[in-house]
Structures are given as structure tokens and as C-alpha cells.
Design a protein around this ligand. Structure first.
Ligand code: UDP
Length: 455
């Protein structure tokens, strides 16, 4: 049987929607600019979310997808088995057949995996395709991960208790407690997984980074330096979905936004999962009310108490607030592009951060290492301080930060800086600019691999 001459890439994303979105944007660019064909091979727990389904449905025909067949996980304790373990087992138990099938039926040249998929690199070798990693976070986080194993050997206590600041290569020193959550607790299972994958990242032929040179010039230059024995890094970002299809719940909130003046509404959302505790949601609700500022809040179930979540849902139907609270999924890309949005209170997930940047919307940063980066390094966000004992951002703190961001001089400065980055972000994806060039380099390498194939 005659094989097509089109080079083929297998992409193995992790199941969450946020990384998935960036992956699909990457796939679309590769197909449009360099005529590849692609198959997404998707680990899953039996079904895909609506958001994932609609994303897959919107892809061009040269991007196919298959769901990895369910594997029996009966031999694992259901309550204590973490998602990282499940992904690792799914890949180990069912990916091989799929890669074999693709190798037989296409001109497979590379296998691109997510951070938690590095175990699949063994298979790349077996089928002689190139192993690549798509890193879904900031360059600064990649620098941390590539350094994590060395750091771990030097640190004897929990990172969050470290008296001195942690040095990430080529980056500003940060507090141990500001590192990503799974990193700072050394006795946690997730920490072990992160360390495992962080070590294996180095086995990749190359790492694709969803960031761009103007945003993180120093770290990207360091990561691309030749003196370090690590994979080549290609910064191909910012890859985010800027044109989402609007669903019914979404159009309602866009209509609501239409009724408000330019830059007057604060958008409040903490990503695709439940990121806040019940207590933090309460503090935030009271704080937002006290700020007397218009807001649009996408509320999720608290991450701690399920019963109280139900209670909260009942409460929010009574519309006790000044702004609009929606408890479903909003088309965030369109919300951020709306002219009435003047600020974004976010948990600083990397996708939300890039989406905000592409729309020039300044940030009010809630937590974690990205928050440090956005406040101290890139200076496009204000960060409220949490109470050291409870760890909560209190209701009194919130109105002050809302005011500084939405009305003050400081907010204006941040907005201007964000505008500069918005311009830079739009440009790097243009003809002959850095992120486009990085993608072309990669395409050349992959196509060269095709020439060496025996078919
Ligand atoms: N998102 C959305 N609607 C929502 C909540 C989230 O479209 O109501 C999208 C958002 O645009 C972003 C992703 O979900 O692309 C969240 O990714 P991020 O990296 O910010 O956070 P994570 O979910 O990984 O914590």
C-alpha cells in the first residue's frame, strides 16, 4: 500500500482542557504553515469534556484524534491513585499499539508529549521517531524543572520552609513557598511524579515552549544556550485559542458585558478547575462586594468541601452581589477581548496569562510562581498579600487592590505595559518573527527525518 508523502506527528496531550487548547493551536499552526498531518492520541477516563469535544470538532481534517482505549486500573487503590499515576499507566499500557498503528499507516516522524507523558519517550526510540516535549508553561518554569533534580539534592527540608530564596537558573530568586504547589511538598506523591518527569524532560530531542522571546528574553536565551547539555528549546508561543465558539451560557455574559462602559468590569476566574477553598470564596465575595466595582465572576465548586459547595450554589442564585456571577463555562477568550473588561483577577494559569496578554488586560494576580513573575519581573500584575496564618486573601485586602488596578495611576502603568506586550505577542507570530521562525526550524528537522525513512 502506498503511504502518503505527508509527514505525520503523533501528539499525546494530558487530559486537562487548558493544555489541550495550547496543543490544538500548535497543531493548527503546524498544519497550516508546514502541511503536516497530525493525530492526537488522547489519554482519558472514558469520556471527554464538552469543551474538549467542541475543540476537537473545530479542527481541520488533517488533524485526527483517537481516544486511548480504557485500561483496567482495578489493581490500583481507587481513592489514593492520583491523575499522574493514571496517565503514566495509560501510556504504559495502551499507547504502544497506537504508535505502532500510526507508524504502519502514516509517515510518522515525531512523537510530541505533554509534561506528564515523558514515559512515552521509550516508545519513540523503539519505533525510531523523534521524542519531543511540548511544555505548557512559562520559560521560567521550564528552567526550574530542568534544574529541579539538582535543587532537590541540595534541599533537605520542605521548599516552603526554606529560609533562603530559591535560585532558578537565569531568573530572579523566589520564595520556596511560591514554587508550584506539587513542587514545594517533597513528601507528596505528585512531587515524586514531577521530579520523575522533570528528569526525563532531558531525554527529549527538543522542547517546544509556549512563550516568546520578548516576554522572557533572559530565560529563553539561557535555555537556548549551547553550553548546557539539554534538549534544544523552541519558543513557539503565545499559542492560545483566541476565537472560541460561543455557547449559550457564554453569549448571555457577553450580552451583559455589552451593557457596560469601556474598561469598567473586573473579570474574576481561576481556570478550568476548582482552585479556591470555600473560605477563600467567601472572603472574595465579601471583598468584591465591598469594592463596589462591577465584576464578572466565573464561580467553580470550592476545592475542599463538597457539601458546602452545594449550599453556595443555592446562595448564588439569589444574586447577592453587585456584579454577575456565572457558575458555568464562559468563552474566556471572548470575554477578555471584550472592551468593557478592564482587569482580570486570576490564579495565573499560564493560558489565562497569555490570553490576557493578547488582549492587553492587566492582571490582579492571586498566587504561585507565575504571580511572582508577573508582578516582580514582567510587571503587569498586582498581587494581594495573603494572611500568613490562614493563607487566605482577606476581604479587606481585595477592595484596595481592585481600586489600585482599576482606578489608580499604578493600574494605568500596568495597562500600558500590558499594551506593549499585546503588540509584541501579536508580532512574534507574524511572518519571519521569532516564534514563526522557531516553528519553521522544527518543521525542517521533522521533514528531514522523513527523507531518511526507508518507505
Ligand atoms: N476557560 C474558559 N472558560 C472558563 C474557564 C476557563 O474558556 O469558564 C479556559 C481559559 O480560557 C484557559 C483555560 O480554560 O484557556 C484555563 O487555563 P489556565 O492555564 O489559565 O488554568 P488551568 O485551568 O490550567 O488551571
Amino acid at each position: 500500500e502506498q503511504l502518503s508523502t505527508t509527514p505525520h506527528i503523533a501528539i499525546v496531550p494530558s487530559p486537562g482542557i487548558s493544555h489541550f487548547t495550547a496543543f490544538t493551536e500548535f497543531a493548527k499552526r503546524l498544519v497550516h504553515r508546514h502541511s503536516f498531518s497530525i493525530t492526537f492520541v488522547i489519554p482519558n477516563d472514558g469520556s471527554l469534556s464538552k469543551a474538549q469535544q467542541s475543540l476537537l470538532g473545530s479542527l481541520p481534517p488533517s488533524i485526527a484524534h483517537v481516544l486511548l482505549p480504557p485500561v483496567t486500573l482495578d489493581d490500583l487503590p481507587a481513592e489514593t491513585t492520583r491523575i499522574e499515576t493514571i496517565i503514566a499507566l495509560m501510556l504504559a499500557r495502551s499507547l504502544r499499539n497506537e504508535v505502532r498503528r500510526l507508524q504502519k499507516s502514516t509517515r510518522l516522524v515525531a512523537l510530541v508529549v505533554d509534561f506528564f507523558g515523558t514515559d512515552a519517550f521509550n516508545m519513540a526510540e523503539e519505533f525510531s521517531v523523534s521524542p519531543f516535549l511540548f511544555f505548557p508553561g512559562a520559560a521560567m518554569c521550564l528552567s526550574l524543572f530542568l534544574h529541579l533534580s539538582t535543587l532537590d539534592e541540595a534541599v533537605s527540608c520542605e521548599y516552603r520552609d526554606l529560609p533562603e530564596l530559591v535560585k532558578i537558573p537565569s531568573y530572579i530568586p523566589v520564595h520556596g513557598r511560591d514554587l508550584l504547589e506539587p513542587v514545594h511538598d517533597c513528601h507528596n506523591d505528585t512531587h515524586k511524579w514531577v521530579l520523575h518527569h522533570a528528569r526525563r524532560c532531558r531525554l527529549a530531542k527538543g522542547i517546544l515552549l509556549n512563550s516568546f522571546e520578548e516576554l522572557e528574553p533572559k530565560v529563553i536565551e539561557y535555555l537556548q544556550g549551547e553550553e548546557l547539555s539539554k534538549p534544544l528549546v523552541y519558543s513557539v508561543g503565545p499559542l492560545v485559542n483566541i476565537k472560541q465558539s460561543s455557547k449559550s451560557d457564554g453569549s448571555e455574559c457577553l450580552k451583559w458585558l455589552d451593557e457596560h462602559p469601556k474598561c469598567s468590569v473586573l473579570y474574576v476566574s481561576f481556570g478550568s478547575g476548582g482552585t479556591l477553598s470555600y473560605d477563600q470564596i467567601q472572603e472574595l465575595a465579601l471583598g468584591l462586594e465591598m469594592s463596589e466595582h462591577m465584576f464578572l465572576w466565573v464561580m467553580r465548586t470550592p476545592n475542599d468541601i463538597a457539601a458546602e459547595a452545594a449550599y453556595l450554589a443555592r446562595d448564588s442564585q439569589n444574586e447577592p452581589f453587585e456584579g454577575l456571577v456565572v457558575s458555568l463555562w464562559v468563552p474566556q477568550a471572548q470575554v477578555l477581548a471584550h472592551s468593557s473588561i478592564g482587569g482580570f483577577l486570576t490564579h495565573c494559569g499560564w493560558n489565562s496569562t497569555l490570553e490576557s496578554m493578547l488582549n492587553g488586560v492587566p492582571l490582579f494576580a492571586e498566587q504561585r510562581i507565575n504571580a511572582c513573575m508577573l508582578t516582580q519581573d514582567i510587571k503587569v500584575a498586582l498581587r494581594p498579600s495573603a494572611d500568613p496564618e490562614s493563607g487566605l486573601v482577606g476581604r479587606d485586602v481585595i477592595p484596595k487592590v481592585v481600586k489600585r488596578l482599576m482606578r489608580g495611576e499604578e493600574g494605568k502603568r500596568i495597562r500600558n505595559r500590558m499594551k506593549e506586550l499585546e503588540d509584541a505577542a501579536a508580532k512574534v507570530l507574524g511572518e519571519d518573527r521569532s516564534s514563526t521562525r522557531a516553528l519553521s526550524e522544527l518543521a525542517l528537522i521533522w521533514k528531514a527525518k522523513l527523507k531518511n525513512q526507508p518507505h
